[in-house]
Structures are given as C-alpha cells and as structure tokens.
Design a protein around this ligand. Structure first.
Ligand SMILES: Nc1ncnc2c1ncn2[C@@H]1O[C@H](COP(=O)(O)OP(=O)(O)OP(=O)(O)O)[C@@H](O)[C@H]1O
Length: 352
C-alpha cells in the first residue's frame, strides 16, 4: 500500500527581489510504499527540501495532489493538516533541539502538545530514550551532547507521537562518518522494529547505499531517475545519477587519472564492470574474467577502481593492466567482452 502518493506536483515560488520565479518542484510524481526506506538524492537546490515540506504539509503545492496515509493533503484546513503532521516525524541536519530544555524536556514537548498526562508522558519518554540508547542522558542539556547524541534525541522526539512516516532531511550531514553509521543504524531499527516508513534526503551516496531500499534522484525540481538501490548504483542511466555514483566508486579513469596510471603502467588498460546479479554459469563474473586471462597467459594487475556492496550485492569497476603477446591480449579481450561490460582505456595510445 502506498503511504505517500505524489501526483504531478509542482511548487513555484514567486520571484524574490531582483530575481526570477523559481519552480522548486516541477511536475513530480512519486509513490512510496508503507515500510520502505527511500533515499532522495540531489545536489543543493534540486528541490528535495521543498518536496519534503510539501509532504509534511508545511507548504501548499502550486498544483498536483499529495496523499499521505490515504488523506489528500491538498486543500485540507488547518485542523486536518495538523492531523496529517502528527503522523509524520521529522529530523534535520541541525537537530533543532530546544536548548532551554533538557533531553527529557525536548522529548516531552510533542507529548504535552498531544495532551498526554504527566504519568503517560513519563512512561513514553523513558521508552523512547531507552529505544535510542540515551536513557541515562535524560537530564542532560543539549549542549552537553555530541552531534550523534543530539540526533538520537531528535529521533526520539520525532517518534514520540507514533508517526507512521519519518522524514530525515540531511540528518547525518553534520556528523562524522562514525556517528553517521550509528544514526543510520538507529534509523534502520526504526524501520525494522517499528515499521515506520522513512524518507531520507541527502546528497551523500554513502548514506543512500547503506540504508535505502529505493533511490530517487532529483535535479532541477524533477525526478530524473528512480529504482531499487542496487540498480541505481550498478546501472545508473542519467548523467546526474552517474555523477553521484562516482562519488562512491570510480568507473573509467578520466584523462588525468590515466596520465597518472601511465607513469607506472605501460600495458593495455581496460575497465571491466562487475555486477553481482550478472553471475555467469560457472560462478562469479570476476572468476570467469580472471580465469580467461590466466588461460590466455595474459598477465594482469588491478590498477584503478574498486568494488562496493549495496544491499549485500557487490558491484564495481576495475581497471586492469594487461600484459602479454598482442594476439593473446586481443583474444582475451574478445572473450571478456562477451562476459562483462568492458571499456578500453586510451585505445589510441601506442603501447610498448
Ligand atoms: N521559500 C522560498 N522562496 C523562494 N525560493 C525558494 C524557497 N525555498 C526554496 N526555494 C528555491 O527552490 C529551489 C529548491 O530548493 P530546495 O531547498 O528545495 O533544494 P534542496 O535540494 O533541498 O537543496 P538544499 O539541500 O540546498 O536545501 C532552490 O532554487 C531554492 O532557492
């Protein structure tokens, strides 16, 4: 069942002083299933935050329809909007904690607004802080916490009213890599154990790789590509997606990288692409490729690229230097082309 349905949604902002009007979200359609973790990726200005604000009913769409948990958000009155917002938790890059309240007070806040009694609040707060692993920090002040701890408090607060959706807007962008992993692990537990649908907005492919089931790529207000996480990484089609994937794993070396490689490697250079879902009959594609080279007496060395793991499946691009008799290398390449996608790097170059 779709829990968020966005159909043909556009959000246009009038011109700011001296500027021109901006279409921040441009005819976007997207359906998110209950229980999914969806990563929305895009560079600054792509319209990700605007899309989230529309879903969260913080701003009205210019046109199109948005349904959250079956309720059409567009056209709702303030009371209806508040109800929709109660079903959506939100976390941000800067945590947005109230500094004049303790951890306990921050988590209590939405529960006070929701009208829970003191005793009910207390039980819920203890439960939430235990879930995020901060029960012992209940009486600490936000400034006494690390970034990761602050985000965990923010997550506890966002979950207080039992939302069915959690929107995370660059929630790990201010954190170091280790703390990022911690927070992403917690988000995965929120999804697994509480069944909450999560939309993660980010410009970091590392984040998407480690948590998203499905990935949506935005550019200039539009969705330019979407698909299961593995497909997005292993078979990016749009140039924007390719650029994002390249931030995580190198593909064909560019001119500068080739120049650098040539200072040490004189043989034929080829980049081969491996995808775990394309295993050949005799085993993995890697095994088949390397066996072919060995059988043809072609020496090889991996000189560039790497492999990554997305949802338990490997993919990547390895640039190999091949050395051997021309005829053997040519014959091996002919066979390799049947096995895997292969690009010869600087084929025009005279090799000696
Ligand atoms: N209230 C507003 N008034 C006018 N223009 C806006 C407003 N909010 C956003 N925009 C513009 O809409 C476009 C999309 O912005 P948005 O913040 O949604 O992008 P983003 O992908 O989330 O980027 P970032 O990560 O930098 O926030 C940008 O060009 C931005 O300047």
């Amino acid at each position: 069942m779709a829990i968020i349905e966005i159909e043909g949604v556009t959000k246009a902002y009038p011109a700011r002083k001296g500027g021109s009007p901006v279409t921040a979200v441009d005819d976007v359609s997207l359906s998110i299933e209950a229980g999914e973790i969806v990563g929305v990726v895009g560079y600054s200005g792509a319209g990700k935050s605007t899309l989230v604000r529309l879903v969260n009913a913080l701003e009205p769409a210019t046109s199109g329809t948005i349904r959250v948990d079956g309720t059409e958000v567009t056209g709702l009155g303030e009371r209806g909007l508040q109800k929709v917002r109660l079903g959506i938790g939100m976390i941000f890059q800067q945590f947005n904690l109230m500094h004049s309240r303790t951890v306990y007070g921050n988590v209590a806040f939405p529960l006070v607004v929701a009208g829970l009694s003191r005793q009910e609040r207390h039980e819920r707060i203890v439960e939430l802080l235990t879930f995020v692993g901060l029960a012992e920090k209940a009486h600490a002040w936000p400034e006494q916490l690390s970034g990761g701890q602050k985000q965990r408090v923010a997550i506890a607060r966002a979950l207080a009213t039992n939302p069915s959706i959690l929107l995370a807007d660059e929630a790990t962008s201010a954190l170091d890599p280790e703390t990022t992993v911690e927070v992403l692990d917690l988000l995965r537990r929120v999804n697994d154990e509480l069944g909450i649908t999560i939309v993660v907005i980010t410009h970091e492919m590392e984040v998407v790789k480690s948590i998203a089931d499905r990935v949506v790529v935005m550019e200039q207000g539009r969705i330019v590509e979407e698909g299961p996480a593995f497909d997005i990484f292993a078979r990016p089609r749009h140039e924007a997606t390719r650029r994002f994937v390249r931030t995580l794993v190198d593909d064909v070396p560019d001119e500068r990288a080739v120049e650098h490689l040539r200072t040490r490697h004189r043989g034929r250079l080829v980049t081969v692409t491996f995808r775990d879902d394309e295993a050949t009959s005799g085993g993995s594609a890697q095994t088949a490729v390397f066996a072919e080279l060995v059988a043809r007496s072609v020496e090889f060395e991996i000189v560039f690229g790497g492999m990554e793991d997305v949802q338990g499946r490997a993919f990547g691009h390895l640039t190999l230097e091949l050395r051997g008799a021309d005829a053997d290398v040519d014959a091996a390449l002919g066979r390799l082309r049947e096995l895997v996608p292969l690009t010869e790097v600087d084929p025009a170059r005279e090799v000696g």
